[in-house]
Design a protein around this ligand. Structure first.
Ligand SMILES: NC(=O)c1ccc[n+]([C@@H]2O[C@H](COP(=O)([O-])OP(=O)(O)OC[C@H]3O[C@@H](n4cnc5c(N)ncnc54)[C@H](OP(=O)(O)O)[C@@H]3O)[C@@H](O)[C@H]2O)c1
Length: 380
């Protein structure tokens, strides 16, 4: 049996991971489960799968249990990252850089759904991987598709083409986008996901993060984006001879989750099996960089690398939660990220160690928060 630890077990990806494991209970043993603070859901899953160790990222959570051994906060959670075969990472945000680095140190493979960790700390993760046997198996549907397509052609591919649904505002004008509500932005046309990534899909910052994620996973800057509203093709890999390889399927995260759980094997029918007859027409459009400046920002950060993607990720996170809390308007998210990138004094910043990048992450959040406050003051 493969021994698995899941960090972020209570979220959209975490719950779907549990669904897949439930179907293949004889193949997997869950050794521990971690959430941020949702103990009710976590205890329910732990009971069902007879898991004794449960962790909470929120170290201030006031929780005790007779039934489970509780691990709270970073240091105690890091104690969990041993004697497993696979660490499944489905948290939001950047906390999981710590368990990811511990897994790499202990030669444990990582199924990575979380994209923020690679975007913000990709350089550090790559450096650690050089001295380890562990591998990262991407769970993000686009990167899972590319991972599967690219493997036989690592020396012969020309570029990666990421597909993007375009989100709920694909057909609005910039003016119409000005006053969209939180409710409108949370209505994703093809995927059902957590709130943060759903807003990122509406701004296309999700694709911006995925461009950087793809760079760190596949070692290329030759990355294009194509809008594909049906979300049937999960991404393309173009080979040197012009051949375009594509990975198709209905939007269903259980497929890439199952692949990451079973890699290098395949599970038998982890979800509904599709046939090309099931697909309606497939369409492709060029992305509009004026309407979605997030893509322009991503290519700028891809060119610069270093701490630039860290700034993009941290300021976007602040901007998204500020939008969800009603503090700023939808298109202000772009302003907050652009302005944070402009304002950070670059001369005295380093990018060599995790501490350097954690400093940038923190600084970006402080500056982004002050830009949010300025926007609020100007609106009064
Ligand atoms: N959802 C998708 O279809 C999808 C697809 C591709 C990639 N992803 C990526 O997968 C990750 C998870 O997305 P999701 O949609 O599953 O998110 P979600 O539904 O919001 O779940 C987030 C999980 O992370 C925990 N969490 C909450 N706040 C946290 C914090 N400050 N630090 C660390 N963990 C925290 C939550 O615990 P509590 O329940 O205790 O709050 C929960 O277990 C994201 O990086 C996203 O970009 C998601």
């Amino acid at each position: 049996m493969k021994r698995i630890g899941i960090i972020g077990a209570t979220g959209s990806i975490g719950i779907q991971t549990i669904e897949v494991i439930r179907k293949f209970k004889n193949l997997y043993k869950i050794e521990f489960l971690v959430s941020y603070s949702n103990y009710e859901k976590l205890f329910e899953i732990a009971k069902e799968f007879n898991v004794k160790k449960v962790g909470f990222i929120n170290e201030n959570l006031d929780i005790k249990s007779e039934e489970f051994k509780i691990y709270k906060g970073k240091d105690e959670i890091l104690e969990l990252i041993e004697n497993i075969d696979l660490l499944f990472v489905s948290t939001t945000g950047t906390f999981s850089i710590f368990p990811v680095l511990k897994a790499i140190k202990n030669n444990i493979n990582i199924a990575l759904a979380n994209k923020e960790v690679l975007v913000s700390f990709g350089k550090i993760v790559k450096n650690h991987l050089k001295n380890s046997n562990s591998i990262i198996i991407p769970v993000d549907s686009e990167h899972s598709a590319i991972f599967q397509l690219i493997n036989p052609y690592k020396e012969e591919f020309e570029r990666i083409i990421l597909t993007a649904s375009g989100g709920p505002f694909l057909n609005l004008t910039i003016e119409e986008m000005e006053n969209v509500s939180v409710e409108d932005a949370l209505k994703h046309p093809t995927w059902k996901m957590g709130k943060k990534i759903t807003i990122d899909s509406a701004t296309l910052f999700n694709k911006a993060l995925e461009i950087i994620e793809a760079y760190y996973l596949f070692d290329t800057k030759n990355i294009d984006v194509v809008i594909h509203p049906q979300s049937i093709i999960h991404s393309f890999v173009q080979l040197k001879d012009g051949s375009l390889l594509a990975h198709l399927g209905f939007p269903d995260m259980r497929i890439p989750i199952a692949y990451a759980l079973s890699y290098p094997q395949r599970l038998e029918k982890p979800s509904t099996i599709t046939h090309p007859y099931d697909f309606e027409k497939l369409t492709f459009l060029k992305p509009d960089f004026e309407k979605f400046p997030s893509l322009k920002i991503a290519y700028f950060c891809l060119e610069k690398l270093s701490y630039y993607p860290t700034i993009m990720n941290a300021s976007n996170e602040i901007a998204v939660y500020s939008f969800l809390e009603g503090k700023i308007k939808f298109r202000d998210i772009f302003k907050v990220v652009e302005e944070t990138l402009n304002r950070i004094q670059k001369e005295d910043i380093k990018d060599e160690t995790l501490e350097d990048l954690l400093y940038v992450d923190n600084l970006s959040r402080t500056i982004a928060n002050s830009i949010v406050s300025e926007i609020q003051r100007n609106c009064k």
